[in-house]
Design a protein around this ligand. Sequence first.
Ligand code: FE
Length: 206
Amino acid sequence: MAVELAPLPYDLDALEPHISARTLEFHYGKHHKGYVDKLNAAIADTDYDKQSLESIVQNSLDAVDSGVFNNAAQIWNHDFFWNSLSPSGGGEPTGELAELIDDSFGSFAAFHEEFHTRATKQFGSGWAWLVVAGDKLSMTTTANADTPFVHGQTALLTCDVWEHAYYLDHQNRRPDYVKTFLGKLANWDHATAQLKEARSSVSRAA
Ligand code: FE
């Protein structure tokens, strides 16, 4: 059972002028699709072929050949990233998520500053994340294809800081891209839904 390229949750030009259709044509249509094609070629006729994407990521974590992990985790990360963006995103969250951000970071402004710093300073290719672990929110960055759920953290929001995410629109100016992500695109409704899901799975397990 091949892993599928999930449809983008909006049109290619829906994030303009913040992220161009040209960027999404390459980022979704070439990079993300490339991970799907490479993973499916690698797992054909193996035990992975019958597993969910999450299971493939988890089960390939310690494999000597990292090809399966890298492609599978990048598919998971990109599926999550597209949903971390919204044509009507940006601004500040409300409700329980806003309160948790205040509790965990002091204020939304403090969260904003630290997320921007971490995303900008992540060396090379990777991801910046808002995650929940236990009662608190925290921030983390991961290198290359690495992803928080293999480290026991539940992702709420992510910003892809691989150059392919911003080079066509911002060239080497990653700080401008991260500022645009936070100010215009961050999908707080999706982050809130992830928080609720994390809470309900904790209470189901209790
Ligand atoms: Fe990417």
